[in-house]
Structure formats: structure tokens, C-alpha cells
Design a protein around this ligand. Structure first.
Ligand code: M6R
Length: 364
């Protein structure tokens, strides 16, 4: 059942190229997106003036990425919120808003409660859900099914990757409907998405390099992930993967925030992982990493092929293929999943069933 892999998590990491491709193909017709199965017409989309993304855990981290991508491409304001906060906050919702609930299981108690809260207020709801017929899928006005297939490992990998794809598809379609991009740009984005599965595959093929580095981190006490913009959102996911399965305390920081407190935690040898996929922010994050280094940090840099000068700063560099920077999360997350996995394995932990955690959190 693990198809020759030692753990479900590694099997599911390897299933990502297919899961991403399947999800993409499910909404692609003749080179354009067709969201009729989802039930969102271009007319429906035209009316949307505000988006709220509500989710828990990794699905919330997808929301953080989606916020950047949707706002940048479609120029629609997006708010991202933890479902457990949203449900009790008595949120003020725009009546032309769309509430998007992201959930692999479709059964997460807080996400379901948030969905009901939105429906009660008469706001249109869309579920991005993996499990067919789950509560969120049944109750949402519209459903965008991710085609990740069953995910067994508690640490999500392929479901996260397919949720990202669904978010990009919505962002691109909204951008077109809202007149923010022309046909040519639209097709270019669609074509770029089609290249992601192969690029993900290539990163996974290089896994031994990450394994070698990760195995040396098994005794780490703390690990910090730093980045800006979309890279900060990736850091949130990398950090959750790490703490969830390797039991190492880790934090994700917006790189510019380090000076406002966190940098005092850096000691001799503390591992700081910088994520740098956004060229406009590259130099800014590099200088934050240099600041960490001068306080004794040991640095890993995750960036795009070509940025080889990162090796002047970091102790260990790992590279991902080039893509449109809006979609870089889909590639950058892979080495971070592998890091979490291999640290957990090096520590001899139960990778697929980490202590105190359940695959789906159906009670508050
Ligand atoms: O089933 P859901 O997507 O609603 O689950 C949300 C979170 O519980 C989930 O993403 C959790 O954070 C994962 N274990 C992270 O790997």
C-alpha cells in the first residue's frame, strides 16, 4: 500500500506531480479554464468585490499564498483568516464577497463552522476540498475539488500542492474576468502552470542532497524560517512541516520582523533557513540572513537556479527551477517537505503519525 516507500508521506510527496497535473487538467478545456463543474461562471466572478479565505493549518498557509497571487493578478482585495478566529470574530462581510474555505478533509470543525457562519450571513461560499461528499463539500455553494486522491500521512503534502493549483486557477480566471490581463498573458499563465508537474518531479529526484543536509540537523533545538512576501507564506508551511513531524521547535518569520525581537534567539549554530524566490525581495532577505549569520546562525538558502551568489552568504544552498514568481511556492515547498521528512526519519520518529495529532480535526 505504500508502493515500496517507507512511509506514506514519502509516497505522497512523489505523487505530487500527478496530483497537480490531474487537478489542473480537471478544469482545463482547449487551453482555457472551464469552471462550470465548480459552478462559478464568469458573470458570478465579475460581481466579486472582496474575497475571504478561511482555513486551518496548512490549508491556511495556502490561503496566505493565494492572497498574494489573487491580489496581484486580479486586483481583488483578499483577507485570509484562521477558521478558529473567523468563526468567533463576528466578521463584517461584504455582500458581494466570496468566502473560500480550503480543506483537504472537508471535515475540519472550525472550517465547517466558519462556512456556516458565512452562509448564515448570506455570503456566497466556495469550498476547495479534496474529499468528495465531505461536509464542507456538501454545504458550500460551490466546490472546487482538488484531485490529490486519498492522503494518509498526517503531514499534508499533495493536498497542499493541489490546493495551491486551485488557488492559481481562480486567480488567473478572476484576473481575466476583471480585465486585469489580456488573452496573451492569460495563455502564458496557463502554459506556465502546465510546466509545474515536471519541475516538481525534478526537485524530488534531487532528494538525496536534502537528505544529506537534513540528517545533520537531527539535534537542532530551534530552526527559523525567514522570507518576505510569498516566501514568508512558504516559510509558514516549511516551519509547520518541521515542527509537526520532527518535534523541533521552529518558527517562520517575515524577514523584516527579525530585528523587532526574534533575532535575540539566534545563538551560535542556530539553523536559519531563508526562502528567496521573489527577485524584488532577494537582496532584502539576503541582508537579513547576513545579520543572522553575524550573530552565529548557520544558514541554508532556498532559491531559484541562477542565484548562485547566495553561496557567498549561506552554508548550504538548494535550488528550484525557474517559474513565474507567482507560482514559486509550488516548487519551493518541495525541499521543505523533504527537510521535515528526513529530519523526522533521522530522529527515528513516527513520520506518518506524529504524536498528539489527528489527520482531520473534527472537534474544536
Ligand atoms: O483537512 P484540512 O485541510 O481542513 O486540515 C487542516 C489542518 O488540520 C491540516 O492542514 C494540518 O495543519 C496538517 N496536519 C499539516 O500538515
Amino acid at each position: 500500500e505504500k508502493a515500496g516507500f517507507e512511509h506514506f508521506m514519502m509516497k505522497e510527496i512523489h505523487e505530487q506531480p500527478k496530483a497537480v497535473l490531474d487537478t489542473l487538467n480537471s478544469v482545463l478545456k482547449n487551453g482555457a479554464f472551464d469552471l462550470s463543474e465548480v459552478g462559478l461562471s464568469d458573470e458570478d466572478m465579475e460581481k466579486i468585490s472582496q474575497i475571504y479565505i478561511v482555513a486551518c493549518g496548512s490549508a491556511y498557509h495556502v490561503g496566505m499564498v493565494a492572497q498574494y497571487v489573487i491580489e496581484d493578478l486580479a486586483k481583488i482585495p483578499v483577507r485570509v483568516e484562521l477558521a478558529s478566529e473567523f468563526r468567533y470574530r463576528k466578521p463584517l462581510l461584504d455582500k458581494n464577497g466570496l468566502v473560500i474555505v480550503v480543506s483537504q478533509s472537508g471535515e475540519t470543525a472550525d472550517s465547517l463552522a466558519a462556512l456556516r457562519e458565512a452562509k448564515e450571513k448570506g455570503i456566497r461560499t466556495l469550498g476547495i476540498v479534496n474529499v468528495v461528499g465531505s461536509s464542507i463539500a456538501r454545504e458550500a455553494d460551490n466546490v472546487f475539488y482538488t484531485l490529490a486522491g486519498p492522503e494518509i500521512s498526517v503531514a499534508t503534502t499533495k493536498a497542499y500542492s493541489t490546493q495551491l493549483i486551485a488557488s492559481y486557477v481562480l486567480a488567473i480566471q478572476l484576473a481575466k474576468v476583471k480585465g486585469q490581463i489580456d488573452e496573451e498573458q492569460y495563455s502564458a499563465y496557463v502554459e506556465e502552470l502546465k510546466t509545474l508537474p515536471e519541475k516538481i518531479k525534478k526537485i524530488i529526484e534531487d532528494k538525496e542532497r536534502i537528505q544529506w543536509f537534513a540528517a545533520k540537523q537531527a539535534n537542532a533545538k530551534d530552526i527559523f524560517f525567514v522570507g518576505r512576501g510569498i516566501d514568508y507564506a512558504i516559510c509558514m508551511e516549511g516551519s509547520l512541516k518541521m515542527k509537526e513531524i520532527s518535534y523541533i521547535h521552529s518558527e517562520a518569520y517575515a524577514a523584516g520582523e527579525l530585528k523587532h525581537g526574534t533575532i535575540s534567539l539566534i545563538e551560535d549554530g542556530t539553523l536559519v533557513i531563508g526562502v528567496l524566490t521573489q527577485s524584488e525581495l532577494y537582496e532584502k532577505t539576503i541582508s537579513n540572513m547576513v545579520e543572522c549569520k553575524s550573530r552565529g546562525a548557520y544558514l541554508m538558502g532556498l532559491t531559484t537556479y541562477g542565484n548562485y551568489n547566495i553561496e557567498d552568504t549561506v552554508n548550504f544552498a538548494t535550488y528550484i527551477p525557474k517559474t513565474d514568481e507567482h507560482f514559486a511556492t509550488s516548487l519551493a515547498v518541495i525541499p521543505l517537505q523533504l527537510m521535515g521528512y528526513y529530519v523526522s526519519v533521522a530522529k527515528g520518529l513516527d513520520v506518518d503519525k506524529p504524536r498528539n495529532l489527528a489527520k482531520s480535526v473534527t472537534v474544536e
